[in-house]
Design a protein around this ligand. Structure first.
Ligand code: GDP
Ligand code: ADP
Ligand code: 5GP
Length: 215
């Protein structure tokens, strides 16, 4: 399997675009939520979706919940940076929001599936892709059931898609095995901090200071 493709153009952007993907139930949203509570200076893109809200999900916070005709209208006006059909629903990332954040050099995190990751990596420079894996298929099913938000139908559909999704992990820059949550969170934070320390990112943020010491 080939690595995710390299970008075909290079926007001027000194922040980083982080992509976090995982099979449903691996713990992606829980890890991202904990990351954002602890790390400053990184914004989460709220995706648009045609799926129904789960109990407890809030429109505009977890997702923008929209109808299929609304989704198609935005898509046809090229309003999505990427979009995909996942587990029977449409999901898309708002181009305007992400490009607005990039224009002010903010780090951005996208919680999207592997098909969307592939599209973004082709379009944007400085993408850091991270794949979250469950420790076992049994534990994945246990977490999906334990979450208590999905019907039996939906759980079976998601377990059915999990193997193909897991195979995509080899195409990502980083892989986190989410067995112990605290360890997985530490690894996710470490990836963000290490990415910020890349030479080009440091030059973009601290250029004057680095120049003043002779770089
Ligand atoms: P906030 O965005 O208002 O919360 O302010 P922060 O100071 O937390 O972050 C501003 C921007 O700088 C964000 O895009 C951070 O990701 C980025 N940033 C923070 N520290 C560093 C660093 O050491 N190196 C690099 N390259 N970027 C950083
Ligand atoms: P995803 O966003 O990948 O679909 P969630 O973040 O909703 O997954 O997590 C699925 C369920 O598994 C949630 O109930 C969550 O609390 C639980 N969970 C996440 N990580 C762990 C872990 N390391 N150990 C045990 N349970 C976990
Ligand atoms: P869920 O319905 O569990 O919230 O998400 C199902 C799947 O859709 C997950 O793999 C999630 O990453 C993916 N997803 C969520 N938002 C987007 C998006 O904007 N674009 C793409 N391509 N996938 C998304």
């Amino acid at each position: 399997m080939t690595a995710l493709a390299q970008p075909q153009h290079t926007p001027q952007y000194s922040g980083s675009l982080f992509i976090v993907s995982a099979p449903s139930g691996a713990g992606k949203s829980s890890l991202v939520k904990a990351l954002l509570a602890e790390v400053q200076g990184i914004g989460l893109s709220i995706s648009n979706t045609t799926r129904n809200a789960r109990p407890g999900e809030v429109d505009g916070k977890d997702y923008h919940f929209i109808s299929q005709p609304e989704f198609e209208a935005i898509r046809d006006q090229d309003g999505f940076l990427e979009w995909a059909h996942v587990h029977g629903n449409y999901y898309g990332t708002s181009r305007a929001w992400v490009e607005g954040q990039m224009a002010i050099d903010r780090d951005v995190l996208l919680e999207i599936d592997w098909q969307g990751a592939e599209q973004v990596v082709r379009k944007v420079d400085n993408v850091v892709s991270i794949f979250i894996l469950p420790p076992s298929m049994e534990e994945l099913e246990k977490r999906l059931r334990g979450r208590g938000t999905d019907s039996e139908d939906v759980i079976l559909k998601r377990m059915g898609a999990a193997q193909l999704e897991i195979e995509q992990a080899r195409r990502f820059d980083y892989v986190i095995l989410n067995d112990d949550f605290t360890q997985a969170l530490l690894e996710l934070k470490s990836i963000v901090f290490a990415s910020r320390c890349r030479f080009n990112q440091q030059m973009a943020r601290h250029g004057a200071q680095l120049k003043s010491i002779g770089l």
